[in-house]
Ligand binder design. Structure first.
Ligand SMILES: [Zn+2]
Length: 213
């Protein structure tokens, strides 16, 4: 339905909420789980999206101090066109949210992870609606990098800096368990692609969020 999943207002064409509406990429069951008051709505209106962004920033304040300061930088607010295009490029794309059994098949797990844009892209804009890109070390403090660094050539050994797919998936499982325990749902997206390896970023969103009012 062309209504906002939060407030239930129409976001159809010819309406002031049409232009800035954002696709709600979660399915109806997930929306219900998130506490959406109008889960049949396929969009979020700009007012509710702004409220959500604001609430998210407060919730993640400690984790995202740097990211947040960049989002509200002068450059950002002056470059709306770039923000809009980056946002639409990421619309409809969402992190891979694994089920417990997905961790048993490392190669398939890795193939399920979508490319969600480069570092500039996320720093410039929103990323997938309702998800915030996170730092691996938030829940795996001993990891060396901000994002998982994974061999994609098929030739990486266990002693090389890039993780093998199975080593990565084992860490991803630990990361998910820790993040879930802290109240976050976890997804994974490819942040950067190199010649022989990819960087896979964890994404977080709050579990069981109450509807914005
Ligand atoms: Zn709304």
């Amino acid at each position: 339905m062309e209504i906002c999943a939060e407030c239930g207002e129409s976001v159809a064409m010819g309406n002031g909420r049409f232009v800035d509406r954002v696709i709600e990429a979660n399915d109806v069951d997930e929306r219900r789980e998130m506490g959406r008051r109008f889960p049949e709505g396929n969009y979020i209106c700009v007012a509710c999206d702004t409220a959500w962004q604001t609430a998210r920033f407060y919730a993640f304040d400690a984790m995202y101090a740097e990211w947040r300061s960049q989002m509200i930088s002068q450059e950002q607010s002056q470059d709306m066109a770039r923000t809009r295009s980056a946002q639409s490029a990421s619309e409809g794309q969402r992190p891979f949210t694994p089920w417990p059994e997905d961790f048993d098949a490392a190669e398939a797990f890795c193939r399920s992870i979508p490319y969600l844009g480069d570092r500039e892209h996320i720093r410039a804009a929103y990323g997938p609606p309702m998800w915030a890109r996170a730092d691996v070390r938030q829940f795996l403090p001993s990891y060396r990098y901000e994002w998982f660094f994974v061999d994609s050539s098929g030739f990486g050994g266990p002693n090389e800096p890039a993780e093998t797919p199975s080593a990565f998936v084992a860490m991803a499982k630990r990361y998910k368990e820790a993040a879930n325990a802290a109240g976050f749902e976890v997804g994974f997206g490819i942040a950067e692609v190199g010649q022989f390896q990819v960087q896979i970023a964890p994404y977080l969103r709050c579990l069981g969020r109450k509807a914005a009012t």
